[in-house]
Ligand binder design. Structure first.
Ligand SMILES: NC(=O)c1ccc[n+]([C@@H]2O[C@H](COP(=O)([O-])OP(=O)(O)OC[C@H]3O[C@@H](n4cnc5c(N)ncnc54)[C@H](OP(=O)(O)O)[C@@H]3O)[C@@H](O)[C@H]2O)c1
Length: 280
């Protein structure tokens, strides 16, 4: 079983340096796939109310027999629950579905700036944290202006910003903005969600050089940039390979060469956080 290193967040809590994405992993088959990942060494599990799978994640944790304290569980607040009272109830309902009494990390899924209720949601999360329902509070898909509103209006800086990052959407800008504010950047769709990033010649050359597979090269690129990736896989061999990324290092030039795969329109689904409104 792989032991995963940790990163320390700005609130003092530690988060595993890689986690399992669970989007679309659901139901009985999903429980088995998550359980297989746990058996392999995954302790950080990323779910969301909008994935309709908090039940499967909680069930896999229970069936593993591993103490709850060893896990790092993340869930996300949907856009329709940004109002203070709604956010407070959504956090409680989410915990009931998982069968847990606290989250390690809870994030606002998208800022929805046109609706402009994310500061209210943040305040509800600060209060839930004070009541012990959440350890670390963070955000997802937040731009610098959104981060600064939270910080200026509540005095509380998010611990994590979970954003889209992969070789076609490198995010030098947001990585710098998060780092300047002491926020850890987490990468969603870190492998580009099955895009052709995996077949880029530079990635394949590096895989050959280091005797690793293409997924491992990309995950190592994230980790050396100080980013925490959460690759999703239902496949046991992929799950296992994705954890085995702590025994080799890319050079600075190789990291730069991957950075150069960036495309100006590289987002997978063109989800601009200033515009995008999820799942209403
Ligand atoms: N905050 C947000 O707004 C947001 C948005 C999107 C996603 N997320 C989170 O981020 C997680 C990951 O993103 P994602 O699921 O979109 O995409 P991803 O992790 O980049 O890619 C998943 C795809 O890559 C394949 N794969 C995994 N490991 C592989 C390997 N070693 N070699 C080749 N192929 C491999 C998987 O197939 P197999 O199953 O066959 O391995 C799956 O089709 C999600 O599950 C979710 O938890 C968050």
């Amino acid at each position: 079983m792989t032991q995963v290193p940790v990163v320390t967040l700005n609130d003092g809590y530690q988060m595993p340096a890689i986690g399992l994405g669970t989007f679309q992993i659901r139901g009985g088959a999903g429980v088995n796939q998550i359980l297989a990942a746990i058996t392999d060494g995954y302790r950080s599990l990323d779910t969301a109310t909008n994935y309709d799978n908090e039940g499967a994640v909680g069930e896999a944790i229970r069936r593993s027999g591993i103490p709850r304290a060893e896990f790092f569980v993340t869930s996300k607040l949907p856009g329709k629950y940004h109002r203070y009272a709604d956010a407070t109830m959504a956090i409680q309902e989410s915990l009931y579905r998982l069968g847990l009494d606290y989250f390690d990390l809870y994030v606002i899924h998208w800022p929805l700036p046109k609706r402009d209720h994310y500061v209210e949601a943040w305040q509800a999360m600060i209060d839930a944290q004070e009541r012990g329902l959440i350890r670390s509070i963070g955000v997802s898909n937040f731009e610098p202006a959104h981060l600064d509103r939270l910080i200026n209006e509540t005095g509380v800086t998010p611990a994590v910003n979970q954003i889209e990052v992969h070789p076609y959407w490198v995010q030098e800008r947001m990585l710098k903005e998060d780092t300047q504010r002491g926020i850890v950047t987490e990468a969603w769709s870190p492998l580009g969600r099955g895009s052709s990033a995996l077949t880029e010649p530079i990635i394949q050359q590096l895989a050959q050089k280091y005797q690793k597979n293409v997924g491992q090269i990309i995950l190592r690129w994230h980790i050396q940039r100080g980013i925490v990736p959460i690759p999703k896989s239902r496949n046991l061999a992929h799950q296992r390979a994705n954890l085995a990324v702590f025994d080799f290092s890319l050079t600075a030039e190789e990291i730069q060469a991957i950075n150069e795969l960036n495309k100006t329109d590289g987002r997978i689904d063109n989800q601009d956080p200033n515009e995008y409104e999820e799942f209403e």
